[in-house]
Design a protein around this ligand. Structure first.
Ligand SMILES: [Zn+2]
Ligand SMILES: [Zn+2]
Length: 636
């Protein structure tokens, strides 16, 4: 069978010939249907001492993974009889195996701290494989009807959240602060909303999409994005909201970040409760220790695993719709990409039943998001912004995207930009024209300079929706200043030795700087929304030395290299970035000027079509794709 083997920190590999295990006394063999990945898997992969240090939980050679749902393939008859489980049932096991009745802790109801405790995927083989054994001493639960095997994988983290809620001993009208909206934080919000409907919740995170998800789980929670407000500002607001008690009753630390631990002491009221869940990134953390006693006399409690909480976890999964928490679903082969996606997704799952990825056209690639209705990035209903789309290639891309059902935002440097190239009058009229020829699609026109941060901001002030597709053509038809219109808006006498410094700045600003500033503006928002595709329009002229059009070529080469760096930077976020490099393209205007070279000259629609194809392709990232009819066949 296929299985991932953890040989040590950052030393994992996928093997194909691991024998399928067979059952011993008290055991169950399952085919793994879903394997969840969480922050602790990443910490173990990265080599945290908690796992690999002396006395650490991990064993070299183990199959990692502790969140799983399996289909029973073989079962010890006594377990089948005692727990009414049969072959073909979909069951989960809690993530721990304890002696159950030998050690002091088990005898006293603290099995999760058993002296011989082992955790799946750490001390014993876990779920990153096609099959696994549920060991003797496991707590087994049947997945209730109506819960899919993928969704059921959330039972493990949600059980941890339920236990955290139990540990806080909440009162019905308490006010709580929850720091961190990963799986545990969101599960906690759902648990409190289910079992303590009158508790008020304040929720903190850096990712807007996680905060939006928190709101969708429990409408009444108040959310704060830590990118917008400092901890002390939020703490001040919390104190005001809480009235006389001057602070939250309970602080739940669900992020594992040392900064969040420190912040917790600011949020919690005197004689309040501080709950820490899971494993902190650092072994030692600076904290205002005196706050616990002399300062605030706090109750500080820890929470580990989810004993006695699984049936309620399933109840929550049935009552609340937490399915949007599963942000990525990948085949087993992509375990390493899956680990890389933890920080930008919420719940990343491996599905060993998915086929291995193929090159191109694979809708389950590591860079595709789980869209809960459709597997692929879809252009339809996306919001697309195209810089410099008043004419030529940009305009053709706008029309093509509108035809595919996108909500298109067109841009020109000035309101009358379309008139410069004799392709219309104003941006507003152009928007109406495009709408008319594309079946009355929604087209919005914006205009303004994109070569300074401030002017980019003022253009984006007119855009109300998050952008899913960004197409960077340029900042403007370069031509309104010092232009030879006959040469397609490029600067006259553009050579290395003659181009004036003002034209050099103009051309670098309009081609490179605008791309850079617009990406800086749009991509952080795409990362927060967990969705986005960027296509930068380069040029095949950037692949060769050119006597004329030198600085234009240099700027396009800069854009190509910029795309490569950007693609590397955003790789793990699931945002895709590529370049299309057109060869010579004839537009309406150049057709009037030259009737020659039609056979080697492309049309804007060729480029627009390539953009559409590229947006529909999965697993293509950081690439430059030539659209030049084969004029260049050498490597980039
Ligand atoms: Zn976990
Ligand atoms: Zn024990």
């Amino acid at each position: 069978m296929k299985a991932v083997i953890a040989n040590g920190p950052k030393d994992y590999k996928l093997i194909y010939d691991k024998p399928i295990p067979t059952i011993q006394d008290g055991e169950v063999l399952v085919r793994v249907l879903t394997s969840g990945i969480c922050g602790s898997d990443l910490k173990m992969y990265e080599g945290s001492e908690f796992y690999w240090g002396i006395g650490g939980r991990a064993r070299r050679g183990v199959i990692p993974g502790h969140e799983f749902v399996g289909l029973v393939v073989d079962i010890d008859p006594s377990i089948a009889r005692d727990q009414s489980i049969s072959v073909g049932d979909v069951i989960v096991a809690e993530q721990l195996v304890a002696c159950r009745d030998q050690c002091w802790f088990c005898k006293n109801g603290m099995e999760h701290k058993c002296d011989s405790l082992v955790i799946y995927g750490q001390g014993i083989d876990g779920c990153m494989a096609e099959y696994m054994i549920y060991k003797k001493g496991s707590w087994l639960h049947k997945v209730p009807e109506g819960i899919s095997p993928t969704y059921a994988v959330l039972a493990e983290p949600v059980a941890v959240s339920v236990r955290a809620m139990d540990r806080a001993h909440l009162k019905p009208t308490d006010m709580v602060v929850i720091s961190g909206c990963g799986t545990i934080g969101l599960g906690l919000i759902a648990a409190i909303d289910t079992f303590y409907p009158d508790v008020s919740m304040i929720v903190l995170d850096y990712f807007q999409f996680k905060l939006d998800l928190a709101k969708s789980v429990a409408k009444k929670c108040t959310t704060f994005n830590l990118l917008d407000k400092t901890v002390s500002t939020i703490a001040e607001i919390v104190r005001k909201m809480s009235g006389e008690q001057n602070g939250a009753d309970v602080f739940f630390e669900c992020s594992g970040s040392p900064d969040s631990i420190k912040a917790g002491f600011e949020f919690v009221r005197k004689c309040g409760t501080f709950v820490h869940i899971g494993i902190c990134k650092e072994i030692h953390v600076d904290a205002p220790w005196n706050a616990i006693s002399a300062g605030k006399e706090l109750t500080v409690v820890g929470c580990n695993l989810g004993r006695n909480a699984w049936p309620r976890a399933f109840e929550i999964l049935q009552k609340c719709d937490l399915s949007r928490m599963i942000t990525h679903r990948l085949p087993l082969e992509e375990y390493s990409n899956a680990l890389g996606l933890i920080s930008s997704g919420i719940k990343v799952v491996l599905d060993p039943t998915l086929p291995a990825p193929k090159l191109f056209n694979d809708s389950q690639s590591s860079l595709s998001m789980v869209n809960h209705n459709e597997k692929q990035f879809k252009i339809k209903d996306s919001v697309a912004f195209i810089t410099c789309s008043s004419h030529g290639i940009g305009r053709a891309i706008a029309i093509a995207l509108a035809r595919e059902g996108a909500n298109v935002i067109i841009h020109g440097k000035n309101h009358d930009s379309p008139s410069y190239s004799n392709q219309g009058t104003t941006m507003t009229i152009l928007a109406q024209e495009i709408s008319t020829i594309t079946n009355n699609t929604q087209i919005t026109a914006v205009w303004g300079d994109l070569s300074t941060k401030e002017s980019v901001q003022s253009v984006f002030n007119h855009i109300k929706y998050p952008i899913d597709i960004l197409i960077c053509c340029a900042g403007e038809n370069i031509g309104s200043n010092g232009i030879n219109t006959a040469s397609e808006s490029k600067i006259c006498n553009d050579t290395c030795l003659t181009t004036s410094d003002s034209d050099t700045k103009l051309i670098l600003n309009q081609i490179f700087l605008t791309t850079h500033l617009v990406c800086q503006f749009v991509i952080p928002q795409m990362i927060r929304n967990h969705r986005g595709h960027v296509v930068i329009i380069g040029s095949t002229s950037a692949f060769m030395g050119k006597e004329k059009g030198a600085l234009y070529t240099v700027s396009k080469a800069a854009v190509h290299q910029y795309m490569r760096c950007l693609a590397t930077e955003v790789k793990s976020s699931g945002i895709r970035v590529n370049c299309i490099a057109p060869g010579p393209i004839s537009t309406e205007q150049s057709k009037q000027n030259t009737e020659t070279k039609q056979d080697v000259t492309g049309r804007p629609e060729h480029v627009a079509n390539a953009v559409i194809q590229l947006l529909n392709m999965d697993f293509v990232h950081g690439q430059i794709i030539r659209v030049d009819g084969g004029e260049q066949t050498f490597c980039c």
